[in-house]
Ligand binder design. Structure first.
Ligand code: PMP
Length: 457
C-alpha cells in the first residue's frame, strides 16, 4: 500500500488527525509538511525550499540524504533488517569500533541505545552501580533527555513538569560568563569560581554519596555555553579527588558539530578523558535512531563476570549501525569534521560577529564549528534577555516573530529561550552560509524592533 501524499494541505490534515507532538499544546499546532531534503535544505509540498539552519534538532551533521548513508541503509535492509542484541553482527561491531576509535583514553566498549536519553539513563546506571553511590550531579543549564533519570538530570525548564525531585539528582551552576552565576568578569575567574562551587557542592552533599558528575561538554540546548579552557580538566581533577565518575554528554556536541570529532577534544586529552561519554544524533545524523555510551575499561570490567542489568530490544540495530558506519566513514573520507571547523572559523563565526555589529538585539555571539548561538537582549548594557527564561503567553512574541521572519525568507531557524541557535549541517558550504547570514541580517530587524535601541530610533 502506498500513501497518497501529493498535497500540502492533505499532509497537514492527516498529521493533525492522529499525530501527537512532542513538547506542544496540541490544539495550536501548524506543522510544516516536509516532502524531501538534500544537502543543507529541505522542501515542502508546495516546492518551497528551506535552508536548514537547525539540522533537525541539531542532528543531521552530514547533511540530508547523503548518498553513501542512504545506500548503506538500503544495502543493509536488503540483507538483515532486524537481529536481537545478543548476536554478533558485522555492522554493529564496526560501528562500535569506529566510535571507540574516536573517543579518548580507554573508552573502548560501546553500549548502543536508540537515542540520547537512553544513553544518559544507562550512563547514570553504570555510574551508580560502579561507585555504589546514589547521587548524580548535573548543571542547571543543561538538557539530557526526556526519560526518567535523564529528565531529572536536565536542568532547563523542560524538567519542571516531570521532575520527581526524589531521584537523587543535585543541580549546580556551570560556567556562563555572559550571565555569570559567580559574578565573575573574566574567563579565568569564572572557571575558578565554577570549579570551587562544584567542589563545595560535592563536599556539602557528601562525596561518598556522589556517583557521577554528568555534564554536557558544551551545553547545547541551554545556549551553546562554551566552557572556559580549564573547566573540564578541573572537573576531571575534582572527580578523581573524590572517586566520582565523570560523564560527558556529547549527544548534541559530538561528531563534528563543534568542529572536532567530539567537543571534548577541544578541552581534554588522553590523560584527562572522562569515564563515560554519551552520544546520539551525529553518530549517524539521525538517518536511523541510534545513541550509545562509550565506557572506560575500568567501568566496563565491572560486568566481566556478572551481567550488566540493562538492555534494549533495538540495541545496536543493524540499520542504525549500517548508517553509522557509512556516516563515520564518509565524515572521515570527505574531511567533514575539518570542514565544519574551517567554515566556523572563516565564514560562519565572522559572519555572525558582523551581524552583531549591526543588530542591537544581539548581546553575545558564541560558538565553534557549526555550533553557534546569538544571545538576544532587549538592551545590550543591562543584558536584559529579549524574552524571559521561560516565556509565557505573549512574552515569547519577539523570538516567535524572528523565527517567522526567517521562515518567510526560506531559512529554518532554531529558537530556544532568548537565543537563536545557528546550527546548520557540518557539510554546509560557504555560499549557503552567506545566503543564510543574509536572511538573518534581514530577519533580525524584527528582534531589533523590540530592543530599547530599536524603540527609540
Ligand atoms: N543530551 C543532550 C545533550 C541532548 O541535546 C539531547 C537531545 N537534544 C539528549 C541528551 C536527548 O536525546 P534524545 O532526544 O535522542 O533522547
Amino acid at each position: 500500500m502506498s500513501i497518497e501524499r501529493a498535497d500540502q494541505a492533505a499532509v497537514k490534515a492527516a498529521d493533525r488527525a492522529h499525530v501527537f507532538h512532542s513538547w506542544s499544546a496540541q490544539a495550536h499546532l501548524d506543522p510544516l509538511p516536509v516532502q524531501r531534503a538534500a544537502g543543507s535544505s529541505f522542501w515542502d509540498y508546495d516546492g518551497n525550499r528551506y535552508l536548514d539552519f537547525a539540522s533537525q534538532l541539531v542532528n543531521a551533521n552530514i547533511g540530508h540524504q547523503h548518498p553513501k548513508v542512504v545506500a548503506a541503509i538500503q544495502e543493509q535492509a536488503a540483507t538483515l533488517c532486524t537481529v536481537a542484541p545478543g548476536f554478533a553482527v558485522d555492522v554493529r561491531s564496526e560501528a562500535a569500533r569506529l566510535v571507540a576509535e574516536r573517543t579518548p583514553g580507554d573508552l573502548d566498549k560501546i553500549f548502543f541505545t536508540n537515542g540520547g536519553a537512553e544513553a544518559v539513563e544507562n550512563a547514570a546506571r553504570m555510574a551508580r552501580l560502579h561507585t555504589g553511590r546514589p547521587k548524580l550531579l548535573s548543571a542547571y543549564r543543561s538538557y539530557h533527555g526526556a526519560t526518567g533519570t535523564a529528565i531529572n538530570l536536565t536542568g532547563d525548564p523542560r524538567r519542571w513538569a516531570s521532575d520527581t525531585g526524589t531521584a537523587g539528582v543535585v543541580h549546580f551552576h556551570g560556567p556562563y560568563l555572559y550571565r555569570s552565576p559567580f559574578h565573575a568578569t573574566t574567563e579565568r575567574e569564572e572557571c575558578e569560581r565554577a570549579l570551587a562551587h562544584l567542589e563545595e557542592t560535592i563536599v556539602l552533599e557528601g562525596p561518598d554519596t556522589v556517583a557521577a558528575v554528568v555534564l554536557e561538554t558544551i551545553p547545547g540546548g541551554s545556549g551553546i555555553l562554551l566552557p572556559p579552557p580549564g573547566y573540564l580538566p578541573g572537573v576531571r581533577a575534582i572527580c578523581d579527588r573524590y572517586g566520582i565518575v565523570m560523564v560527558l554528554d556529547e549527544v548534541m556536541a559530538g561528531f563534528g558539530r563543534a568542529g572536532r570529532w567530539f567537543a571534548l577534544d577541544h578541552y581534554l586529552d588522553q590523560d584527562t578523558a572522562p569515564d563515560l561519554v554519551t552520544f546520539a544524533k551525529g553518530v549517524n545524523s539521525g538517518y536511523v535512531p541510534l545513541g550509545g555510551v562509550a565506557i572506560s575499561a575500568a567501568i566496563a570490567a565491572d560486568w566481566d563476570e556478572r551481567p550488566y542489568p540493562g538492555g534494549l530490544t533495538y540495541s545496536g540495530h543493524p540499520l542504525a549501525c549500517a548508517a553509522a558506519v557509512a556516516t563515520l566513514g564518509a565524515m572521515a573520507e570527505e574531511g567533514i569534521v575539518e570542514h565544519a571547523a574551517h567554515i566556523g572559523e572563516t565564514v560562519l563565526g565572522p559572519g555572525l560577529r558582523a551581524l552583531a555589529e549591526r543588530h542591537p538585539s544581539i548581546g553575545e555571539v558564541r560558538g565553534t564549528g557549526v555550533f553557534w548561538a546569538l544571545e538576544l537582549v532587549r538592551d545590550r548594557e543591562t543584558r536584559e534577555p529579549l524574552v524571559p527564561y521561560r516565556p509565557r503567553g505573549d512574552e515569547g512574541r519577539p523570538t516567535a516573530e524572528l523565527a517567522a521572519a526567517c521562515k518567510r525568507r526560506g531559512l529554518w531557524p532554531l529558537v530556544a529561550g532568548n537565543r537563536l541557535h545557528v546550527v546548520p549541517p557540518c557539510t554546509i558550504d560557504a555560499a549557503e552560509v552567506e545566503e543564510g547570514l543574509a536572511i538573518l541580517d534581514e530577519a533580525l530587524a524584527v528582534a531589533d524592533a523590540h530592543t530599547t535601541a530599536g524603540a527609540t530610533s
